[in-house]
Design a protein around this ligand. Structure first.
Ligand SMILES: [Zn+2]
Length: 264
């Protein structure tokens, strides 16, 4: 029988870091994807977490901002490690020192946070667009981490781009290689410029992604698929925000989004 209380042990506004990390690792299925990012707790700070900060990137600025805001844990999409051994020198040293001297925990969730069905970048964008019949789309080393589906109504490519601009607050780059109307859309946050062939094979008319890449420029026109580039940063603000809100729901911890746009 469950204990006769409706006070969840989580709803204290304070949680042990190890419990939070265990919950995050499990909720995000942190080991489900091949990923050069060292997903999970990257820097160990204080053992109790009462306040969370979230940002897209890890930099001296975001770490310092998190420390100054009184956060005990900074949640990021892009962490400190990408598969290479790094000497603790230069800016890397400054980043570590900034976190360590503030006793700040750093938790990174990269591909697991693109792909997550509830709080993932792609799921959040799909929800904002009311995408219907969403199916997995966007290959990442054998895993589909994005979503493809249909808009509730057809709209012009211009109107679609305007809508995305409203969603992110930034100007999009549009490569109009496909038809002038948008209905079937693939969403792949961040670096999805290489997904045009996959979008064409899936019968999509438009690919929405983050960052353009020169080598893929012609594919939009050759495959006849529109590509809307809404920014690597701007398409990846959604996941960390939604995850921080989910942590608040689960553990009662206040959180803050630290906006440090890159313009890319
Ligand atoms: Zn990214």
């Amino acid at each position: 029988m469950p204990p006769m209380t409706d006070v969840s042990p989580h709803r204290t506004g304070e949680v042990r870091r190890d419990d939070l990390v265990r919950w995050l690792n499990d909720y995000l299925k942190i080991n489900a994807y091949p990923d050069p990012s060292l997903n999970g707790l990257q820097i160990e700070g204080t053992s109790t977490v009462t306040r969370v900060a979230a940002s897209v990137d890890t930099s001296v600025k975001t770490l310092q901002h998190a420390a100054d805001s009184g956060a005990d844990l900074l949640l990021v999409h892009h962490g400190l490690f990408w598969g290479d051994a790094l000497a603790v020198t230069g800016p890397h040293r400054t980043r570590l020192q900034t976190a360590l001297s503030a006793d700040l925990n750093l938790y990174a969730a990269h591909i697991p946070l693109d792909a997550h069905p509830e709080v993932g970048n792609n799921a959040m964008i799909a929800r904002a667009l009311s995408l219907e019949n969403a199916q997995p789309f966007g290959d990442w080393q054998g895993h589909k981490i994005g979503l493809a589906g249909e808009l509730p109504f057809e709209q012009s490519l211009q109107d679609f781009a305007d809508r995305i601009q409203k969603l992110t607050g930034e100007i999009c780059l549009v490569h109009g290689g496909g038809q002038p109307t948008v209905r079937r859309v693939g969403i792949l946050s961040g670096s999805g410029a290489g997904a045009v062939a996959e979008a064409a094979a899936a019968g999509l008319d438009t690919l929405l992604t983050g960052e353009p890449e020169h080598k893929h420029f012609h594919e939009s026109f050759e495959y006849g698929v529109n590509v809307v580039f809404a920014g690597h940063y701007e398409t990846e603000v959604f996941g960390v925000r939604a995850l921080a809100a989910r942590i608040e729901e689960e553990f009662g911890l206040p959180w803050q989004f630290l906006h440090h746009p890159t313009g890319l």
